[in-house]
Design a binder for this molecule. Structure first.
Ligand code: B1M
Length: 211
């Protein structure tokens, strides 16, 4: 694939107009949408995070970079999703309580849709009760939780406890992900699976339902 480093630079610089224009140009040249995400956009957000850690970037820069990433994802999202198939299962996905990071969660949601799942996107700052409600009212077979902050990871365990208390824990598979998580953490809180990336989340979701 051609070098679309300019897309990484647009995300790092927080230039949403450039991000949109380069994405459109790349697609016109036949670029693979998933490769654009994995090879240029995700590494760009990692660089933004690195700059934030060394005080080169502050919250406003994070926000404008996130806006640029979203501008490009808006164009790519429909291409990551294939329609017209019988869903493999229903997934309720959300970023846990106290956490507003939604780029990774949105990517996982789009890829799950692309992978043939029906997705109920509960958004960000999702309480344990909201996850329980999605299982009870919408018959979700999978609960997928995302957390980007170490301080919000405990909300995943609280959600699993709430599912247990509501008597629906055995009806669903609980999958977790997000940059600070590990398989060990997922095991400790009693999740059914952990995935490090969005594509791996699709394989995990299929596997968890035996598909
Ligand atoms: Co925030 N932030 N942020 N931030 N932010 C991090 C996470 C941080 C690591 C930056 C840093 O210090 N290096 C740090 C957390 C430190 C920690 O907890 N140890 C941090 C902090 C501290 C904060 C604030 C507290 C800053 C402040 O206000 N002082 C604040 C908290 C707000 C809140 O949530 N309550 C905050 C705010 C923000 C913004 C709002 C400005 C913005 C978010 C905008 C948005 O999402 N709409 C933001 C951003 C952009 C980041 C970084 C730079 C990028 C995150 C991102 O989008 N990555 C981030 C640093 C970093 O991660 N490098 C950082 C790209 C995305 C594609 O990756 O989300 O990891 P990720 O998703 C991956 C996988 O993890 C996986 O698949 C995805 C694709 O492969 N995955 C799943 C994710 N969820 C999954 C669920 C699954 C499966 C896989 O379910 C089965």
């Amino acid at each position: 694939m051609s070098d679309f480093k300019a897309l990484s630079e647009a995300v790092i610089d927080g230039d949403d107009k450039a991000a949109r224009a380069i994405t459109e140009k790349a697609l016109a040249e036949g670029a693979d949408p998933l490769a654009l995400v994995n090879e240029f956009m995700v590494p760009a957000m990692d660089e933004v995070g690195r700059r934030f850690e060394c005080n080169e970037y502050f919250v406003p820069e994070l926000l404008i970079s996130a806006r640029a990433m979203k501008a490009s994802l808006e164009i790519l999202r429909p291409l990551l999703i294939e329609g017209g198939r019988e869903p493999l299962g229903r997934v309720a996905i959300g970023t846990v309580k106290g956490d507003l990071h939604d780029i990774g969660k949105n990517l996982v949601a789009a890829m799950l849709e692309g992978g043939g799942f029906e997705v109920i996107d509960l958004g960000v700052n999702v309480t344990p009760e909201q996850f329980v409600q999605a299982v009870q009212d919408k018959n979700a077979q999978i609960v997928a939780m995302s957390a980007l902050l170490t301080t919000t990871m405990p909300s995943m365990k609280l959600t699993i406890d709430a599912l247990q208390q509501a008597g629906v824990r055995d009806k669903v598979k609980v999958l977790v992900g997000g940059a600070p998580l590990t398989q060990k953490f997922a095991d400790e809180i009693g999740a059914d699976g952990f995935s490090e990336t969005a594509p791996a989340a699709v394989a995990l979701a299929r596997q968890s339902l035996g598909k």
